[in-house]
Design a binder for this molecule. Structure first.
Ligand code: TYD
Length: 144
């Protein structure tokens, strides 16, 4: 199930879960149904207990698409498409955010041993990053 957000190129994705009684919950992310790209890289961010005030991200991507899941704890994802901004609290392992291209994103307020799992549409390429906000604003104006 997916829900549009108030910024462009982003959606909230709710995964199907299987409740196994006392044996826990199984959450399933399938390509096409839940993930709108072929996954070419998986990475995760953790060990943030001593660094609650840390801010990660603060960049946008030209071509990369990503899905963010907070599989433990919680964090806030701030998205900015150059016109609108939205903050989303990720605090459920079965709810993720699709972060498409050309979205300035910041991850912050990491709580309760947060583990942020990211599925990405491509391998790491520094050339795909826009790390300067002014450059981001210029880029989206010329790449509508
Ligand atoms: P970065 O994407 O800026 O981290 P965040 O958005 O979480 O703040 O990456 C931090 C550093 O790690 C940077 O030097 C690039 C490197 N890195 C890789 O080498 N491969 C990867 O897949 C990622 C995500 C980062």
């Amino acid at each position: 199930m997916s829900t549009d957000l108030s910024v462009k190129n982003a959606r909230l994705i709710k995964l199907q879960t299987v409740l196994d009684g006392f044996d826990g919950i199984l959450s399933i992310a399938e390509i096409q149904r839940d993930i709108p790209f072929e996954v070419r890289r998986v990475y995760y961010i953790y060990n943030l207990i001593k660094h609650k005030d840390v801010m990660r991200g603060k960049h946008a991507h030209k071509k990369l698409e990503q899905m963010l899941f907070c599989v433990n704890g919680s964090c806030v994802i701030e998205l900015d498409d150059g016109e609108n901004k939205q903050e989303i609290l990720l605090n459920s392992p079965n709810v993720g955010i699709y972060v498409g291209t050309k979205l300035w994103h910041t991850m912050k307020n990491f709580q309760n041993n947060c583990i942020l799992l990211v599925l990405a549409s491509d391998v790491y390429k520094e050339s795909d990053y826009i790390r300067d906000y002014e450059e981001f604003v210029k880029y989206i104006k010329t790449h509508a």
